[in-house]
Ligand binder design. Structure first.
Ligand code: GZL
Length: 347
């Protein structure tokens, strides 16, 4: 049932309950309770998994926004990093007749059929965080999330600015990319930004290997890269959890992480800024720079649903503003595509 009817229903129920306070029977109270329940806006949320601190924070943001007190009935399904599970969840939501489907897709491809089924059932789909690659963009109402390629461009600009300040020649920058989940929008954007910057600046991009956005895989991949290459001096981790694992692998190999490349430090940079350890590492200089990726999408998705409830057409693509963090004083800002981004102290 739509929210404005819901508000009227809740008011009516409250008044009727007050009018007959103390006189209603259990059956009447049960009926009122059921009516109130039915007046909630039901949101089916297919979350891709729980692979990282970013993901868990994102889930908490959604769960703390779509509460009964706020007028919602949230049905949460964890896809456990499998698109098949998310497709099953969406089909379940359709059978349940939810009012809205919110999808945080694991990867970009393979959604046309199931989103077509949601449209057939006349259930609006809102995408959050990553995007989908579908032939017909009308299969979803709107999307809210980050500009991942911009995140990567900002990070590449920081690497350029800092290594130039350190007096390094471009060809002396030997960088490895520990990528996120292959095929996810975050990985595609961040990887493209580094690859383009390496080519344009003449950096030595040694390898790109997926760490799947997890600490364990980040550790494993970094250990493998240290066996393959003896000249790595920059590690570009596509999220904080990978960076935590990579730092452990670097130190376990008897090497140093830090910002003094001339001293032989390996410089680690990362994305998100959610994991407490990574923020502390950024304060300590173990992570040289973090590009923020904001996970607090619950209120943003709610604003989109409210607009749709009111019969409005929200913007199709809704980007969130994001910051850069570093305790390195040498670089105070970067400029990307004509926009200046201040480098802030990690908080
Ligand atoms: C980005 C999100 C990525 C995060 C990772 O919006 O999709 O997935 O950067 C998370 O931490 O696992």
């Amino acid at each position: 049932m739509r929210k404005n009817i819901k508000k009227a229903m809740v008011l009516l129920l409250s008044l009727s309950f007050l009018a007959g306070c103390g006189s209603s029977t259990y059956k009447e109270e049960k009926t009122e309770e059921n009516t109130a329940e039915q007046s909630l806006v039901t949101v089916g949320f297919s979350q891709l998994g729980a692979e990282s601190d970013w993901r868990n924070t994102n889930t908490i943001s959604m769960q703390s926004t779509f509460t009964k007190e706020n007028g919602y009935n949230l049905i949460y399904k964890n896809g456990q990093q499998k698109q098949a599970n998310q497709i099953t969840a969406i089909r379940t939501f359709i059978q349940q007749g939810v009012d809205y489907i919110v999808l945080a897709p694991e990867t970009e491809n393979g959604w046309d059929t199931v989103l077509g089924e949601a449209r057939e059932a006349d259930i609006p789909v809102i995408l959050v965080d990553r995007r989908v690659n579908v032939s017909d963009k009308s299969l979803y109402s709107c999307w809210v999330g980050s500009d991942f390629e911009l995140e990567g461009k900002k990070m590449a600009a920081w690497i350029k600015a800092y290594t130039e300040k350190m007096g390094m020649e471009p060809e002396d920058i030997h960088v490895v990319n520990i990528q996120g989940t292959i095929g996810s929008t975050a990985q595609i954007g961040r990887t493209r930004a580094l690859a383009n910057a390496a080519r344009e600046n003449g950096w030595d991009l040694l390898a790109e290997v997926s760490g799947d956005f997890t600490e364990a895989k980040g550790r494993e991949v970094m250990a493998g890269l240290l066996k393959r290459f003896d000249n790595i001096n920059v590690v570009y981790c596509e999220n904080d959890n990978e960076a935590i694992g990579a730092i452990d692998a670097i130190e376990s190999a008897g090497k140093r992480v830090g910002t003094n490349i001339h001293r032989g430090d390996i410089m680690v940079v990362s994305f998100d800024g959610v994991n407490e350890d990574s923020i502390q590492f950024c304060k300590d200089g173990k992570i040289s720079c973090i590009a923020e990726c904001n996970p607090h999408h619950g209120p943003r998705v709610e604003a989109l649903i409210e607009a749709l409830e009111d019969g409005e057409t929200p913007e199709k693509f809704n980007y969130v503003d994001e910051r850069m963090f570093s305790s390195v004083k040498a670089v105070t800002s970067v400029t990307v595509d004509g926009t200046l981004y201040k480098i802030e102290e990690p908080e």
